[in-house]
Design a protein around this ligand. Structure first.
Ligand SMILES: C[S@@+](CC[C@H](N)C(=O)[O-])C[C@H]1O[C@@H](n2cnc3c(N)ncnc32)[C@H](O)[C@@H]1O
Length: 283
């Protein structure tokens, strides 16, 4: 079966029907959640502190939901209006931006404590044009240079993607490097066709060593992953129910509010009670 990025441009491929089908597919939910948890692990954020994260190609918010559960604040960008509509219907907490990442970001320098991107980068390799300024290298260059600037120093961006050749990996890593990033590739389960996952771990400033990929054979990996996912899901459910019962610690709530204020939010409540607000897609 052909990969989606070879079939149609993303905003066409992820129309109303496909966006709903994608989001409601339990297998997809499981795989994307697993990769999001792994990306968070590779981000190596300071423990027990809410961070302000960018979800690149956020789609319908499958990853965003996990960022919420993990106590982070996030903004998401995506090119497909239907995906963002589904995210809105699901009432995700992040701020959503309709945007083509190949045109670069316009965020203030140093805005984000980190960024994740799950199953998106391969789309930039398949721009359907030979026009020089919209060729994949140009789009990737704009993407990496503006991402570099949007991240604070030091920090990391972790981008899981599906390369189809070593040349693609070479192109992506060299352009990321030219944009100023350190870091490199982390390949989990390299010997399993099914479980193999490629993460580009990009570092701004002194982000430390590139971590080792997870190892394991083809057998057992999937079951192991399922068990891990179920455990995480249980923990996330427990956290979500704690959130509902408002039993998060006072310090944690204060820290999160401080983070909101630092990011320029104007409607942060002054008392200790957090109140959600309606989200809008920004154009
Ligand atoms: C496989 S989906 C993944 C969505 C989400 N990250 C997840 O894990 O569920 C790929 C997403 O990348 C988005 N995408 C592809 N090319 C893009 C671009 N140039 N700019 C912004 N988003 C893009 C698509 O619209 C789609 O929502």
């Amino acid at each position: 079966m052909s990969r989606p990025e070879l079939i149609a441009p993303p905003e066409i491929y992820y129309g109303d029907t496909e966006s709903k089908k994608y989001t409601n597919n339990t297998r997809i939910q499981q795989v994307q959640a697993d990769m999001t948890y792994r990306a968070l692990e590779l981000l190596n954020l300071p423990p027990a502190q809410p961070a302000f994260l960018l979800d690149i190609g956020c789609g319908s918010g499958l990853s965003g939901e996990i960022l919420d559960d993990e106590g982070h604040i996030w903004a998401g960008v995506d090119i497909a209006p239907s995906m963002l509509e589904v995210a809105l219907e699901r009432e995700v907490e992040g701020d959503l931006f309709l945007q083509d990442i190949g045109q670069g970001f316009g965020f203030r320098p140093g805005s984000f404590d980190g960024a994740i991107s799950i199953s998106v980068l391969q789309w930039l390799l398949n721009a359907e044009t030979s026009h020089p300024t919209s060729s994949p290298p140009h789009r990737l260059t704009r993407f990496f240079t503006t991402l570099f600037s949007a991240l604070r120093n030091p920090s990391r961006a972790v981008l899981q993607f599906y390369p189809s050749s070593d040349d693609q990996i070479q192109l992506i890593t060299s352009l990321a490097q030219k944009a100023g990033f350190g870091g490199g590739l982390v390949v989990d389960y390299p010997n399993s066709n099914k479980a193999k996952k490629v993460f580009l771990v990009l570092m701004v400033g002194s982000g430390g060593q590139v971590p080792q990929g997870l190892q394991g054979g083809a057998e057992g990996v999937e079951n192991e992953e399922k068990v891990k996912f179920e455990k995480r899901r249980e923990r996330a459910k427990a956290r979500a129910s704690m959130k509902k019962k408002s039993i998060k610690g006072k310090d944690w709530v204060l820290k999160k509010k401080e983070l909101y204020r630092q990011r320029g939010k104007e409607d942060v409540p002054r008392d200790s009670k957090y109140t959600a607000r309606k989200r809008k897609i920004r154009f």
